[in-house]
Design a protein around this ligand. Sequence first.
Ligand SMILES: Nc1ncnc2c1ncn2[C@@H]1O[C@H](COP(=O)(O)OP(=O)(O)O)[C@@H](O)[C@H]1O
Ligand SMILES: [Mg+2]
Length: 341
Amino acid sequence: MSSNAETKVAIRDLYKIFGADAAAMTDRVRDGMSKDDLLEAHGHVLGLKNINLDVAAHHIQVVMGLSGSGKSTLIRHINRLIEPTAGSVVVDGADVLGMTQQELREFRRSKASMVFQRFALMPHRTVADNVSYGLRVQGLDKAECAERSRRWIDRVGLTGYEDYYTTQLSGGMQQRVGLARALATDAEILLMDEPFSALDPLIRTDMQDILLDLQTELHKTIVFITHDLEEALRLGNNIAILRDGEAVQIGTPQDIVMRPADDYVADFIKDINRGRAIEVGSIMDAESANGAPQIDAATVLDDALQSLIGTGAEVASVTRDGKPVGSVRLERIASAMARPD
Ligand SMILES: Nc1ncnc2c1ncn2[C@@H]1O[C@H](COP(=O)(O)OP(=O)(O)O)[C@@H](O)[C@H]1O
Ligand SMILES: [Mg+2]
């Protein structure tokens, strides 16, 4: 994951206000009027306020927040299912707001495709039909559709189920069909609005694994919405946290966990399993520790502790791509695992 990755989606100064006279309300919001006051005094709903977000190509950008914080409103701006009250959305250098209806249709089909919650499967069609649907819409010929959908059905572990109706499958299997369908369509950007939120925890973890596994091959640009912090930390290369339509923090999972921007974020992360969330690279010292046992910077604290205790050493040399980048002491690992006050 390089920090100078190319920007795929650039969202600038984005405002969305719902109501009859939205444009006239923008200055009030700019001047600091709260969501509650805007509703009370003017009967308008603040959807988004001054959002600036660069989504890096080939990364998973998570958008997290409580219900009503503006997550769906934000993601729907990316393919212009919603028009902003102010601001801009640029995808691969193209201004989404400047597109004609024709261009927009093409854009939604081949560039940025929306994956809805529960994936909106067609119940009276087979698994194969569901997966190849998006491909047929793209105008691929029959043989090519069949070949590609077979490949994706295999990748999500559903070979043998091609001719089943989706209603004959368990919830978890239906999710796999949906994922295969979304991935089969070659769109470079996947917009995923809480795709796993309705799933029970085991199936959900399973789906996260499949998505991460596929992403190592596909390198899609994914904007993934969740209200679940564990899911956000697990999937996101970067996380934007929304509150009442505002981005309160945008950063890597390590940024969010180590340096919460305010009390709201701090409160959000206070119950996470720090031993599984924090990486050694986030707590290391710059000094090297020659001859000490080596631990990769991306190792989580639980695992680092385990391996350090196993060696009997007090200090480890921290490496990135095999090269020493610093060191970490046993007691530092232990104190970082303890919950801050
Ligand atoms: N079409 C709409 N008209 C009025 N208010 C809306 C509309 N869509 C969303 N909102 C409001 O905008 C805010 C953000 O909603 P939404 O983006 O759906 O949140 P989330 O996806 O985070 O749950 C909420 O207060 C919601 O009630
Ligand atoms: Mg939503």
